[in-house]
Design a binder for this molecule. Structure first.
Ligand SMILES: NC(=O)c1ccc[n+]([C@@H]2O[C@H](COP(=O)([O-])OP(=O)(O)OC[C@H]3O[C@@H](n4cnc5c(N)ncnc54)[C@H](OP(=O)(O)O)[C@@H]3O)[C@@H](O)[C@H]2O)c1
Length: 263
């Protein structure tokens, strides 16, 4: 399938690890200039993306930014446009909500999750939109999470952040569609990243079980019997970002191995 993404420029928050890194590599392989924004470990991610394809012809840039801080967003958007002259694609993916038993989490745990993920996705979208509206073209993907629809009691920090983002994605899509901008959500179930291990460790502690038991629970709760691979999310993202999906906006697509069969 020719996605015709070659020559476009993408900004990926949380592009240094896990799902964001997989998206960065997939788009780079499609010839997309990739800018990753994250707070740590940028050099190794930049090298990993660059070495993922010898034929790409595209560039990779890493920007250090703490996306839990309001002042970080405008400079990131401006740096992308200054470097490449355009910003066609935004993938919002930076998130780090803490799991735990409800009575052991405090207000700050909720605020941290909402500030980085919910407000972070909203702020980054606000920072890139004037440029996209000016060009009458833009494609945005929010990596949200199946916990928005099926909230686990030990992950209410993340599931409440996610539920608000589904609302945001669908509501904003109506305003952006006539301006040539599409915004969609991908909601994965447990995905094999570093974060999945951290979450399993926190869940194990909350439930009084071992890490191995928490990881086994996580996989066995998915009907296909395994966690989702980050590359599977990246493949759907690349399709949704292409003109092959030009009528798809305001959608939330689950990649959950059949875990969320609700209608
Ligand atoms: N893995 C799953 O099971 C799963 C399931 C559903 C949804 N999701 C969602 O998918 C997204 C990515 O998750 P993942 O599993 O790929 O996690 P990950 O491997 O831990 O990656 C998280 C990314 O967010 C960045 N980040 C964290 N705090 C940041 C901050 N303050 N400022 C800037 N960047 C920050 C990290 O970079 P630095 O640490 O370098 O800053 C990293 O690039 C999250 O929104 C998560 O909720 C994950």
């Amino acid at each position: 399938m020719d996605l015709k993404l070659n020559g476009k420029t993408a900004l990926i928050t949380g592009g240094s690890s896990g799902i964001g890194l997989a998206c960065a590599k997939t788009l780079f392989m499609e010839g997309v200039n990739v800018v990753i924004a994250a707070d740590r470990d940028l050099e190794s991610a930049e090298a990993e993306i660059s070495s993922s394809s010898e034929k790409s012809g595209a560039k990779v840039v890493a920007i250090k930014a703490d996306l839990s801080k309001g002042e970080s967003f405008q400079p990131v958007a401006e740096a992308v446009i200054e470097k490449f002259g355009r910003l066609d694609i935004l993938i919002n993916c930076a998130g780090a909500a803490r799991a735990g038993a409800f009575l052991e989490l405090d207000g700050q745990d909720f605020l941290n999750a909402w500030t980085l993920k919910t407000l972070g996705y909203i702020r980054m979208t606000q920072a890139v939109l004037p440029h996209m509206i000016g060009r009458k073209d833009g494609r945005i993907i929010n990596i949200i999470g199946a916990a928005a629809k099926t909230p686990p009691p030990t992950f209410l920090t993340g599931s409440t952040a996610n539920a608000a983002l589904v609302n945001f994605t669908k509501g904003l899509s109506k305003e952006l569609a006539p301006k040539g901008i599409r915004i969609n959500a991908i909601s994965p179930a447990a995905t094999r990243t570093e974060r999945a291990i951290t979450l399993a460790r926190q869940t194990a502690q909350a439930k009084g079980i071992t890490l191995e038991e928490a990881l086994a629970d996580s996989s066995s709760s998915i009907p296909i019997g395994r966690m989702i691979e980050p590359s599977e999310i990246a493949a759907l993202a690349a399709f949704l970002l292409s003109d092959l999906a030009s009528s798809i906006t305001g959608a939330e697509i689950f990649i959950d191995g059949g875990q969320t069969p609700g209608i």
